[in-house]
Design a protein. Structure first.
Length: 371
């Protein structure tokens, strides 16, 4: 297949793996990917088994569903219990456990909850159901924020009074800064390709300049990832941390100005809570006052139940790269994709889901149960 097969050539992969081994000089180094699509691609293609043992790949908070705090799930659950509200969301959010329920559970109890493929679908639903309040759960990083912003701009343009967004959007660079000062020593970041297509590579410059951390914006095919790792290795060995773009067929240093304009027309930076990390300054996007008529948090207040975290769940530590999923006592036993305890097993981009699906670190496991 044109433009895909050329990034999956076994011979080229073997050459890149050998180059990584030669250039790393057996120096121990740790690289973190902060994109859920990278997490899945690394697992699916067995990248960890290909690279030398002195190079450790760890997963960070790259899954937007996973880093969303429980109170947002609880807010969605509370909205779904209102008879005049229809909650719309992407599919990954349905089974995420809240403090006492989930959207999937409320749907089974008769709640009006719809899985949509886009904000345009949610807008259309609002047009066809003027008697209902249609709320879209705005979950995601800079990749999805422009589409949600566009829906609010369109709602204002059409003077729609029954379309709302509950914004839990987050931005990646502040979280990467928080991780850079944490307990886990990170030599380099495999920076998120999709996010970087929107914001560009410049927002990561401070990581190399102020923290001495190497950065490469990488694509998602096997050769993309291996080449990105090789670029990171060379930066570490040469002691020249910088921001490089491997994914140059998509990402530009300046990003996508049109998408950025949409984001900052509708949203403004705010402090935001990240699961496992805590509140990170200026890492969230709240809806600007000019769009408060379409802000679900302003227009449809709810009484939230006390937030509770699942007992024994290590999602928060997994998201910081402190532990790997098999370290959790729930993993593969009481926590599976069909019956998740935490969000990292729910999302198609979650680290636990990746480890479970591709049986990483699951030696001795059979049918999800430790022998």
């Amino acid at each position: 297949m044109k433009f895909i097969d050329e990034f999956r050539q076994g011979g080229a992969a073997r050459h890149l793996v050998e180059d990584i081994r030669i250039h790393s000089k057996e120096v121990r180094m740790t690289f973190m990917e902060v994109c859920g699509t990278h997490t899945m691609a690394i697992a699916r293609n067995g990248i960890r088994s290909l690279i030398p043992e002195n190079i450790q790949l760890i997963s960070g908070p790259g899954c937007p569903v996973c880093v969303t705090p429980n109170w947002i799930v609880d807010y969605g659950v509370a909205l779904s219990r209102k008879s005049d509200v229809t909650v719309t969301t992407f599919g990954d959010m349905m089974k995420v456990p809240g403090s006492s329920s989930s959207l999937d559970g409320e749907h089974a109890r008769g709640g009006d909850i719809r899985v949509v493929a886009s904000t345009l679908e949610a807008l259309t639903l609002a047009e066809k159901n003027p008697h209902k309040k249609i709320v879209f759960l705005g979950i995601g990083f800079e990749t999805t924020a422009p589409t949600v912003a566009a829906s609010l701009i369109e709602a204002r343009k059409r003077n729609m009074k029954n379309y709302f967004v509950l914004s839990a959007h987050k931005v990646m660079p502040p979280a990467m800064e928080a991780l850079s000062t944490g307990d886990v020593r990170i030599n380099g970041y495999l920076c998120p390709g999709h996010v970087s297509a929107i914001i560009g590579s410049k927002p990561y410059d401070f990581l190399a300049r102020e923290y001495g951390i190497c950065c490469v914006v990488g694509g998602f095919e096997p050769l993309d990832i291996l080449q990105s790792i090789l670029m990171l290795v060379k930066q570490v060995i040469n002691k020249k941390p910088q921001v490089e773009i491997q994914y140059s067929r998509v990402v530009r240093p300046e990003g996508n100005p049109t998408a950025q304009e949409a984001i900052y027309t509708v949203f403004k930076p705010c402090d935001s809570e990240w699961r496992g990390v805590g509140s990170i300054p200026h890492s969230g996007l709240s809806i600007h006052e000019d769009f408060s008529l379409w802000n679900a948090e302003v227009q449809i207040p709810v009484d939230l139940e006390p937030t509770q975290e699942p007992k024994g769940c290590l999602c928060g530590q997994v998201l910081q790269g402190k532990v790997k999923p098999p370290s959790c006592r729930h993993f593969g036993k009481s926590c599976t994709p069909g019956n998740p305890v935490g969000p990292c097993m729910v999302s198609s981009e979650g680290t636990c889901a990746a480890y479970f699906k591709y049986k990483i670190g699951m030696e001795g496991w059979k049918n999800g149960v430790m022998e």
